[in-house]
Design a protein around this ligand. Structure first.
Ligand code: OSB
Ligand code: MG
Length: 376
């Protein structure tokens, strides 16, 4: 039984070391909601991956803050909590708002791992000692700049290059990259930039031998992706569309995709992420762990999740230095020359949280407390 005494919400503002552009917009800095649980003398953390605007999904930091403060945190403070796995039931009455739910649920798993004195990866069912890493490279100001960036990431050891794409930043780019690197593991992510009129255009990408095409069509679609998948040799990977295990089952059954990107925030927390992982594993569909420009807190949680056996493709979980001049965990996440991150073996998340740095970055805070408990 976990007794949570307090939940502290805070917003930190962190400039990105490198701006990140997708088909839905440019991000130069992050506004991030962190949740901190105090329980029996321990401190656990969760990171909400909702963006600054509702452009990736319908959530954003400000909606997540309101839902956390007014709906989720009060429920958690009153609930009987066995562990992280108790959270979906506790939050059940609140519909949607999965990124907000995930921040709290993941913090409870973080706490449970500390209480049980086991690595978070082990608590989640992870088996890998290292995880294979790829990078997601945003839309660049020029093709030259992109080529230099890819060269640097390959030199650093990353196993897979994912290119953000959109109309006007697709065929010419894939052509140039494939000419210089015919054999690298290469994929693209459209973040829903294309429509049915683009089917013929996308069908020409088979010649680039991409590992996958991520979320080419509408963010909430399965049916039209299944129509597109029939026209392609290349695998479609769904990201935005997969909100839970049932979505994964529907997408697999309809053949809307052959690969699934699992983002723990997008599906509402570790419980559902594990359920998606398991459903895909049982059906022979590989998964990989997506990223949402996380700080070290979310990143450490992504590393733990990526240690599950069916995370067999390189994920978008990469080194802290690709995002931040100074991360808020210590040590920062680093990637080996083989393009792997070592899964921590220490109890809990395996990285120290630098509270001093978090304090300095905090622009908003709110604390909620449990009612005094009657002890027998
Ligand atoms: O679609 O995978 C995505 C970042 C923000 C929002 C959506 C996505 C991404 C990324 C970056 O691709 C992944 C990362 O490096 O964290
Ligand atoms: Mg994506």
């Amino acid at each position: 039984m976990l007794n949570i005494d307090a939940i502290h919400l805070r917003e930190i503002n962190m400039p990105l070391a490198y701006p990140f552009e997708t088909s839905f917009g440019l991000t130069t800095g992050r506004r991030i909601l962190l949740v901190e649980l105090e329980a029996d003398g321990l401190t656990a953390w969760g990171e909400c991956v909702a963006g600054e605007h509702p452009y990736f999904s319908d959530e954003m930091i400000d909606t997540a803050w309101i839902i956390t403060e007014h709906e989720l945190a009060p429920r958690l403070l009153e609930a009987e909590i066995e562990g992280g796995g108790s959270c979906p039931e506790i939050f059940k009455q609140v519909r949607g708002h999965r990124m907000a739910k995930a921040a709290l649920e993941n913090a409870v798993w973080d706490l449970e791992a500390q209480v049980e004195r086991v690595p978070l990866s082990q608590l989640l069912g992870g088996t890998r000692k290292t995880i294979p890493c790829g990078v997601s490279i945003g839309i660049q100001p020029s093709l030259e700049k992109l080529m230099d960036t890819i060269a640097a990431e390959l030199a650093a050891g990353y196993q897979r290059i994912k290119l953000k794409c959109k109309q006007g930043w697709d065929n010419q780019v894939f052509e140039a990259v494939r000419e210089r690197w015919p054999d690298i593991m290469l994929s693209c992510d459209a973040n829903s930039a294309y429509r049915m009129r683009d089917f013929d255009h996308i069908a020409t990408w088979d010649r680039f031998k991409l590992l996958m095409i991520e979320q080419p069509l509408w963010y909430d679609d399965f049916y039209f992706h299944s129509m597109l998948q029939k026209r392609l040799d290349t695998a479609i990977c769904l990201d935005e569309s997969i909100r839970n295990r049932r979505d994964a089952l529907a997408a697999i059954d309809m053949e809307s995709c052959r690969i699934i990107n699992v983002k723990v925030g997008r599906v509402g927390g570790f419980s559902e992420a594990i359920a998606v992982h398991n459903a895909a594993a049982e059906r022979g569909i590989p998964v990989w762990c997506g990223g949402m420009l996380e700080t070290g807190i979310g990143r450490s949680h992504n590393i733990a999740l990526s240690s599950l056996p069916n995370f067999s493709l390189p994920g978008d979980v990469s080194a802290s230095s690709r995002y931040w001049v100074q991360d808020i965990i210590e040590p920062p996440v680093t990637v080996s020359a083989k393009g792997e991150i070592a899964v921590p073996t220490a109890a809990g998340r395996g990285f120290e949280v630098r509270k001093d740095r978090i304090e300095a970055l905090t622009v908003r805070r709110q604390s909620l407390y449990a009612k005094a408990r009657v002890t027998a």
